[in-house]
Design a protein. Structure first.
Length: 130
C-alpha cells in the first residue's frame, strides 16, 4: 500500500545516477493481494525494464515469466487503479472462464506522471493466466 514511496525512491535513484537513458517502461510488481494478506505483510516491487549491462548497485532484478495475460488499461489518476483491479478480478475474471496463473500481477505505467495530467495517465494492469 506504500508502493508510491518506492516509485519515488526508484525515480530518485535513476535521476541521481543518470540511469534514465537505460530505463524502459516503469513497472509495479505485486506478489500479494491486499484482499488476502495483511497490509504490513504485502510484498511488491517498484522498478522498470532495464537495458543496461549490469543491475545498478542497490537495485534488485525481478524477472517476470512470459505467457498469457489479461490486460486492462486504466486511464486516469493512480488513485483509480484499485477500482480497476476490482473490475478485473470481480467482474471480468469470473465471467471469462480463465484462471489466474500462480504468478504476480504487474502494472506497466505507459506515461510519466511528472509530465502527464492525472486524468491522462495510462496504466496496463496485467493478470497472468494459466
Amino acid at each position: 500500500m506504500e508502493i508510491g514511496k518506492s516509485f519515488e525512491a526508484f525515480g530518485a535513484i535513476c535521476e541521481s545516477r543518470g540511469l534514465w537513458p537505460q530505463v524502459g517502461a516503469v513497472l509495479g510488481v505485486y506478489f500479494d493481494s491486499p484482499e488476502e494478506v495483511a497490509e504490513a505483510d504485502l510484498l511488491s516491487f517498484a522498478g522498470a525494464e532495464f537495458a543496461g549491462d549490469a543491475i545498478p548497485e542497490g537495485m534488485e532484478e525481478v524477472t517476470l515469466p512470459g505467457g498469457k495475460a489479461a490486460v486492462l488499461t486504466c486511464k486516469g489518476p493512480y488513485s483509480g487503479i484499485q477500482t480497476a483491479y476490482h473490475s478485473l478480478f470481480g467482474n471480468w475474471l469470473p465471467q471469462s472462464g480463465e484462471e489466474p496463473a500462480d504468478q504476480p500481477c504487474y502494472e506497466i505505467h505507459l506515461n510519466n506522471p511528472r509530465g502527464t495530467a492525472p486524468e491522462e495517465l495510462l496504466t496496463e494492469i496485467c493478470l497472468p493466466l494459466k
